[in-house]
Design a protein. Sequence first.
Length: 359
Amino acid sequence: MPSTKNILIRNRYRIETEIGSGGMAKVFQATDILLKRQVAIKILKKDFKTTKEEIIQIRRFNREKILMSKLVSTNLVEIYDVFDEGGLNGYVMELIDGYTLKELIKKYAPLPCDQVIKIMTKIISGVTVMHKAEIVHRDLKPQNILITDSGEIKVADFGIAFLPNLIEMTGSSEIVGSPQYISPEMLTRENMDKRSDIYALGIILFEMLTGELPFHGKSPKEVVLKHLHNVIPNPQVLIDVIPNSLVNIIYKSTIRDFTKRYSDVSKMLADLSVCMDENKKNQKLINIKSNYDNVMLRTTDRKNVSKRERMIEPHLENKFKDRTLKNNGTYFLYGGLAIVFIVIIGAIVALVLDIAGII
């Protein structure tokens, strides 16, 4: 992408410095010369061509502009303007001086229960506005939750959000979302709706309370299969002071059967608002068996692989390509070259010996 420094967009926004970059777009700090304020501008990278994947990314970016511009909440990143001119496609949004929830978790987790509830309440406030507009985020995670220096919470990054009543534009073979926070129904493509966001909220709640993710694996594929087959572990195994009431909220947010999950974020919020009451904290735990070790069906044993897992396996391979696979390819290449080299040396030695015998 060519330099965009000092470019003036819509005769109003002067780009200054790059402050972030992703797969399909870059984010710049800029000055709104009309209102004399600092803003952030997200611009689609120019080096996109016409492949199917790139067309999907462009559509996704344009959809993000439309969805975000329609939402107004103190707990959502505000969009000021959109543009598509002079070869630049993007939007103008508020500039957040602060850090991500992920950074907070890495530095200070496990967080105190009271602080976790305050943060989650503000996140849910933003998500509520989205859901009322019939928008499902589909990629809620601490990296997409911003915290201002004054302590405000802002939900951001609607790149893969969608309207449930619209035809999906990502293609039939692609799974969207982040492996550590993805819901089972997003993997199997059944009835993805606001309950998928609620599942992610439950994972975020677990992570804030413990400083750990509920599932780990050697590859993204292994992690998502754990989400598909296993219940969320009891966070009290890691932090024993977490009250039963908060554990139950995690369980009710992350039940694999989405029909038994919280049906709406307002119900999750209602439980959060009273979970620290003395008469609620020690409530009976929901009976969900949790086992850290029994985390995954053996995909190499085809008799034991469920129909559901077989159905999603090709999509997992396409979406979550593990670096290990690339490394294996490199190992095979080098191994093959070594074998060829050995064969050539052997042939040369044999030829030399044969000539020596003739002489």
